[in-house]
Design a protein around this ligand. Structure first.
Ligand code: SAH
Length: 285
């Protein structure tokens, strides 16, 4: 296959070394049950009309604009390697692994960072915010799903950021309400998600500390920003039987993942491993 000129050489080199996926069956079963498979959606989507008169202009344009639509196979193998690594780290939920393999993370980061898109690293997305590591995204979504075999019901995400996690969630949940307090990122996420045409993703601009009462009750609530305490609104908007996964501040400069289950008997909280998220802030900007 002719390497795509806009795709970084490093990814092509990785591709050449790619071995058959020992977890192929697991990963592909997740993809096959997921409804809107992004590659198909991208194929169906008309390419954005972008005028790129010179090679120079093309090289500097955003990957969203110059990644050829419908020819996602170049990054497919790199993504499957990432999925293998996630499975190696202990992620077992086939729907989560399938979704991580299906959503093209490189489309959500700045063109200068595309060659790091499938490494297990957080990356800047502008306005001082970051997209979480794939390892953390998959771990948290697996926790959120709490062993569900099919999709979970309605999910609320606090901190849309660039929209990547919302896209992953869209393949494992019935409905995704995702709220962002920074107008610039809310707009960016809308732009990033446009090509995927995910009818079950609802992007909201507002202060997620108040949750989003109109969509409640939620089967799951997931936060991508860590505060000192869990806002009561989140617990109130969680369905009985639902689960909340969020980073919380545990000490000066330290955060850990908190899992909260709302049961008929009350709320049960479990503190898990240390994490590093951007702070949860109040108000909009
Ligand atoms: N899930 C995102 C990660 C974004 S980082 C992604 O895949 O890209 C966390 C985001 O939470 C930041 O964009 C930050 O602006 C946002 N955030 C912080 N406090 C918030 C609040 N109270 N309401 C909504 N979003 C908030």
């Amino acid at each position: 296959m002719k390497p795509r000129p806009s795709f970084p050489a490093r990814l092509d080199a990785t591709l050449a070394k790619t071995r058959p996926n020992p977890h192929g069956a697991v990963a592909s079963s997740g993809v096959s049950v997921a409804k809107p498979i992004p590659k198909t959606a991208a194929q169906a989507a008309p390419a954005k009309p972008v005028v790129l008169p010179t090679a120079r202009a093309k090289a500097s344009s955003h990957p969203l604009h110059h990644m050829p639509q419908g020819h996602g196979m170049d990054s497919e193998a790199v993504r499957q390697r990432m999925v293998q690594k996630l499975a190696g780290q202990g992620v077992t939920d086939p729907l989560v692994l399938g979704a991580m393999g299906a959503i093209e993370r490189h489309r959500f980061v700045d063109s200068a960072l595309v060659n790091q898109a499938y490494e297990d690293t957080s990356l800047p997305i502008g306005l001082g915010q970051t997209i979480s590591k794939p390892g953390v995204v998959s771990r948290m979504i697996e926790l959120l799903r709490n062993g569900a075999t099919g999709r979970v019901g309605r999910v609320l995400e606090i901190g849309t950021g660039c929209g990547y996690q919302a896209a992953v969630l869209s393949l494992v949940a019935d409905e995704v309400y995702s709220i962002e307090r920074l107008r610039g990122l809310h707009d960016k996420a809308r732009e990033n998600l446009r090509h995927l045409r995910l009818p079950n993703v609802h992007l909201l601009f507002g202060d997620g500390m108040a949750g989003y009462a109109k969509g409640a009750p939620y089967a799951g609530i997931i936060a991508a920003a860590g505060g000192e305490a869990l806002p009561q609104a989140w617990v109130d908007q969680l369905a009985v039987g639902g689960r909340l996964v969020a980073p919380v501040v545990t000490g000066a400069g330290t955060q850990a993942l908190l899992v909260l289950d709302k049961t008929p008997q009350g709320v049960r909280q479990t503190l898990l491993e240390a994490v590093h998220f951007v702070p949860l802030k109040s108000g909009i900007a």
